[in-house]
Design a protein around this ligand. Sequence first.
Ligand code: HEC
Ligand code: HEC
Ligand code: HEC
Ligand code: HEC
Length: 172
Amino acid sequence: MFYKITAITMTILFAFTINVLSQNKYVGLKSCIACHKGEKGKMVYESWLKTKHSQAFNTLKSEKSKEIAKRMNLKSDPTEALECLKCHATGYFPDEQMSPSNKKEDGVTCEACHGPGSAYRNKHGKDKKEEGLKLGLIIGKNDEKICKKCHNQESPTFVGFNYKKDWEKVKH
Ligand code: HEC
Ligand code: HEC
Ligand code: HEC
Ligand code: HEC
């Protein structure tokens, strides 16, 4: 009996470790804009900079954010609180992992919508679309679902969400 339980526990622990080790990590804005900036990168970075996603972290410094935090009885400042960072930064949902190059100050970055990039960042693109998708790149299939990870009732200021209309405001 004892051995059986031990064996089961070991199996679960092993599976858990493999899962954690192989989970894709958020690598940060810099890794993406190395290639997706300027004319050569089809101005994707420049167009993202103009959206509110690039300002999402800064919003947490506003008076309005402090009021919301007070109303919700948060123990920490909004810029430190996981309750806010999970949607106003990238990689802060409880099951997510990041490498040190991922910066909360950059707000809602490329990877917030395209998935954590540790595996696909250097293995996708022209003629390698399938490979990218296999390594965790998100595009085309789950786009609306990804938006709703943050654009939902859990947002203290939720104004509703309409994929077609809202994509027009942030598209690139
Ligand atoms: C080494 C250069 C390089 C890096 C780094 C890079 N990309 Fe790309 N990426 C490309 C190229 C080249 C393409 C194909 C041409 C295009 O669409 O601009 C591409 C295409 C894409 C596409 C369109 C889907 C596809 O397969 O065509 C997405 C989305 C994307 N990249 C996101 C990212 C994200 C997010 C990061 C950061 C984690 C990143 N890229 C980092 C070079 C790169
Ligand atoms: C990681 C969370 C997250 C994801 C994923 C996300 N957003 Fe956002 N979005 C935000 C936050 C936070 C703001 C508010 C930023 C601010 O004002 O500081 C925002 C703001 C916006 C705005 C601006 C609203 C306004 O008042 O003008 C639009 C439009 C938008 N998002 C569209 C989208 C679309 C379309 C997608 C999916 C393709 C998406 N978002 C995915 C978190 C997210
Ligand atoms: C708010 C979510 C969101 C953010 C943030 C975001 N993207 Fe995208 N991106 C999308 C969606 C959704 C599409 C696919 C739209 C479609 O189906 O036409 C897309 C398309 C692309 C494409 C393909 C464009 C083409 O010509 O086909 C590239 C490349 C890309 N994104 C790179 C990036 C990079 C680099 C960043 C960061 C600077 C970024 N994205 C930030 C949601 C996002
Ligand atoms: C579930 C995701 C989510 C969480 C959690 C979240 N936000 Fe937001 N926040 C958003 C989105 C999406 C927007 C864009 C407008 C909208 O739909 O609420 C936004 C917009 C805002 C705005 C701008 C509203 C305006 O004036 O236009 C402020 C301020 C803000 N959030 C503060 C906070 C603070 C402070 C916290 C933590 C207590 C927080 N948010 C937690 C998703 C979230």
